[in-house]
Design a protein around this ligand. Structure first.
Ligand SMILES: *Cc1c(COP(=O)(O)O)cnc(C)c1O
Length: 762
């Protein structure tokens, strides 16, 4: 196990020899001392099957606290630094590694931690973006994006493996892929897996001789071109980019990863026909699906026939679908593929021809058609197993998205409901509550979350309830202080914290929440709404920079916040805050301080959600629709312990066949007033026309109110007000605790074990 004494000795030496007035120096000392010990445990075994988890995104967040915790040296490090007059939590200044957009990338990060914690041999393969997801700030209520320079504090947890670099070829140029390996540390078990992130670099570093020959410009261009591949993460969540640089990124990721895996096989004396005995590759959405033709290409280069190569792939690849949104199911034009990776285009055509010969590419199952490659179809065709990420989502895949495939290959389809790691999302972010749980039920639950159900007998224990309330209060105080510093808004800690944090997307319906806040404000002003308990509505969300309507909703909510927070008449009852730059570290502070978790997507749209699980585990009730994993949350914790509203997925589908949103407004004048405020001068959008565009999205055209914001409004407000009414009662506290006690299923420990057993056969 981890040698604490050796770590503390080295930490002491490093601290004594560095100028620790600088946070960065403290960070380096802590990480270097930890890495020195980690090396001893960090060796990939020569034998045994491994899972390669291929993902374009790993939304890791801040590594330092979680690594120290998993190594079992968090408290010792804190004390050691305190003795020197240093504060470990000063390291909160260190930037998050935001190499992902949202749920999909965060899931990958949770899976890595959980696999290591349960000694499951899984390694992550991804991209080392120079700039991760943009940093968000608000200027006059508009989202502004700036570059995320996450390397400003260095990257002390990774090591560059120069000797293991590989070459990746595009039609027009080649680049090196250089791996940076980061240890993935299991929770107090001595296991270290690897996250391998690839960085693109030019084949020829600056060759100054060429400057003499007048070719300087050409050299600079080539360096720039090579480095641009991993320069930046595409900031679209659930949306297709379809650009050449994105295609290069995807190919670069899979080519580099597979080449390095093929090399390892060679070094171990294993031939490639054994690939499926030694490896299983999990494709995290369609982003890494080019791994399939790339694997065939590499096998053909070793002398295998196309048929054999494809057969090997069919035994080695598995695929996770994350969304039913049409705009997120990737496709690539033949023109673009031929221009960038012609070697892959040829193979895609061969796969299509082969599938046709098998007689299975008929309706809706084409891999290549009309000069377009359909990546999800390729994935489902080849994958041994295809999984959705919540029960309801998997059913939609079978019945709808992949209906034709399901008819052909029913045995491929399985469900693995998402999860979160309880270490980062409970032990680390809510240490007081975690300690209280351990005091009551002992340990063991940290890595076996269903055991948290053992607190059920204490749900009605007065002291336990009081402690829960007290801890939530103190978490609110901590969050309020943080928000005051960062956003300049004061939230009284006796307020209800009603929170919606997640990416901004029309289907997630932040607009529904915004309209309800306006409705409540108007009701308080007119005196029609009585007995409303003081509430702070918290929002946090980044919009894709090119997503006009999402950015418009941000402006709208910021305008609502400005108006409400400036109105002294409601100051004792209402606050609205849209926090800037919502990310993993912000989420850690928010989820344990919230009372109400808003999970209000239109039913049928959110594949799973994982934010919902973080809140549940931290003792928060869900105000939500029967969508994604909310359904399973209700199964586990009881629908009566949450606030469920709105059309079901089936109902939503029926409603949309003949839906006239303006009819809804006619019947609901208070809602009409809130909607009208988008265009009646109540708010300004500084002449951009953004608010009018939001108004039109609700009321104009054949696709008016696609996400049933107006249709669900009434039942939403009813549920919201009933939660408000119950807050502070014994019944409400019981609901919070029932959620916490029943969160066991939503540990990603369970998810990863299901993958290992049902899909990876590890
Ligand atoms: C968990 C998480 C998400 C996913 O949230 P959903 O509500 O499931 O969409 C997105 N971003 C961050 C920073 C997260 O921590």
């Amino acid at each position: 196990m981890f040698d604490k004494d050796s770590f503390l000795r080295r930490l002491d030496e490093l601290i004594n020899t560095q100028d620790v007035s600088d946070v960065k120096a403290v960070y380096n000392a802590v990480s270097q001392a930890a890495m020195a010990e980690i090396y001893r445990h960090w060796k990939t075994p020569q034998r045994g099957k491994r899972c390669g988890y291929f993902s374009a995104e790993f939304l890791i967040g801040r590594a330092v606290f979680s690594n120290l915790m998993n190594l079992g040296i968090l408290q010792e490090t804190k004390s050691a630094l305190a003795e020197k007059g240093l504060d470990l939590y000063a390291l909160e200044e260190i930037e998050d590694a935001a190499l992902g957009n949202g749920g999909l990338g965060r899931l990958a990060a949770c899976f890595l931690e959980c696999a290591a914690t349960h000694a499951i041999p899984m390694d992550g393969y991804g991209l080392r973006y120079r700039y991760g997801l943009f940093k968000q700030s608000f200027e006059n209520g508009f989202q502004k994006e700036t570059a995320d320079d996450w390397l400003a504090f260095g990257d002390p947890w990774s090591i560059r493996k120069e000797a293991e670099r590989v070459k990746v070829d595009f039609a027009d140029f080649s680049v090196y892929a250089v791996p940076y390996d980061t240890p993935v540390i299991g929770y107090k078990n001595g296991v270290v897996n690897t996250l391998r992130l690839w960085q693109s670099e030019p084949i020829e570093k600056f060759n100054f001789a060429l400057f003499d020959g007048g070719q300087g410009e050409q050299v600079a261009k080539e360096v720039f071109q090579a480095e641009s591949i991993t320069a930046v993460l595409y900031p679209n969540d659930n949306g297709d980019e379809g650009k050449t640089l994105r295609l290069r990124q995807e190919y670069f990721l899979v080519s580099a990863s597979l080449q390095s895996i093929f090399k390892r096989q060679k070094n171990r004396g294993r031939d490639e026909s054994k690939l499926c005995e030694d490896y299983v590759f999990q494709l995290n959405d369609t982003h890494p699906v080019l791994a399939i033709p790339e694997c065939i290409r590499l096998l053909e280069a070793e002398g295998y026939t196309f048929e054999t190569a494809l057969a090997i792939c069919k035994k080695t690849f598995c695929f996770t679908n994350h969304t039913v949104l049409a705009e997120a199911l990737e496709k690539w034009s033949g023109t673009r593929l031929r221009a960038v990776i012609p070697q892959i285009w040829t193979i895609l055509e061969k796969i299509q021809a082969y599938a046709e010969k098998e007689g299975i590419c008929k309706v809706d199952t084409y891999i290549v058609k009309d000069d377009t490659a359909y990546m999800a179809n390729l994935a489902v065709y080849t994958a041994k197993k295809v999984n959705g990420v919540a029960q309801m989502h998997t059913e939609i895949l079978k019945a709808d998205t992949f209906r034709a495939w399901y008819t052909l290959f029913p045995e491929k389809f399985i469900n693995v409901t998402n999860g979160i790691t309880p270490r980062r999302w409970f032990l680390l972010n809510n240490p007081l509550m975690a300690a209280e749980i351990t005091r009551r039920i002992g340990d063991g639950w940290e890595t076996d979350l269903p055991q948290i159900a053992k607190i059920k007998p204490y749900i009605y224990d007065e002291k336990f309830r009081a402690r829960f309330t007290e801890i939530k209060r103190s978490n609110k105080r901590r969050l309020a202080a943080y928000i005051e510093r960062r956003e300049g808004i004061r939230l009284p800690e006796h307020f209800i914290f009603d929170t919606q944090v997640k990416r901004l997307h029309e289907y997630k319906r932040q607009l529904l929440n915004a309209l309800s806040v306006l409705y409540i404000y108007n009701g308080l002003k007119s005196g029609e709404l009585k007995d409303f308990k003081p509430t702070a509505f918290l929002f946090g969300a980044k919009s894709a920079p090119g997503y006009y309507l999402a950015k418009a909703v941000i402006k709208f909510i910021n305008e609502i916040a400005r108006k409400i927070n400036a109105d002294s008449e409601v100051a004792a009852l209402l606050k609205v805050v849209f926090v800037q730059n919502y990310n993993v570290s912000y989420a850690e502070k928010i989820v344990c301080a919230s009372d109400i978790s808003e999970q209000i997507s239109m039913a049928g749209m959110e594949a799973s959600g994982t934010g919902n699980m973080k809140f549940m585990l931290n003792g928060t009730v869900t105000l939500g629709t029967l969508d994604g994993a909310n359904v399973e949350i209700c199964e586990e914790a009881g629908q009566e312990n949450n606030y469920i509203f709105g059309a079901t997925a089936r109902e939503a589908e029926l409603v949309k066949r003949a839906y006239d949103p303006s009819k809804v407004l006619e019947k609901n004048p208070a809602l009409k007033k809130a909607v009208d405020s988008l265009v009646d001068g109540t708010f300004t959008d500084d002449g951009t026309g953004m608010l009018k565009a939001v108004h039109e999205s609700l009321l104009c055209g054949a696709e008016a109110d696609r996400y049933l914001v107006l249709y669900d409004f009434d039942s939403y407000v009813k549920a919201k007000l009933s939660a408000n009414r119950e807050y502070g009662t014994e019944a409400f506290t019981t609901k919070c605790l029932e959620n916490m006690a029943n969160a066991g299923k939503f540990s990603a420990d369970r998810s990863v074990k299901e993958y290992a057993k049902l899909i990876w056969e590890l």
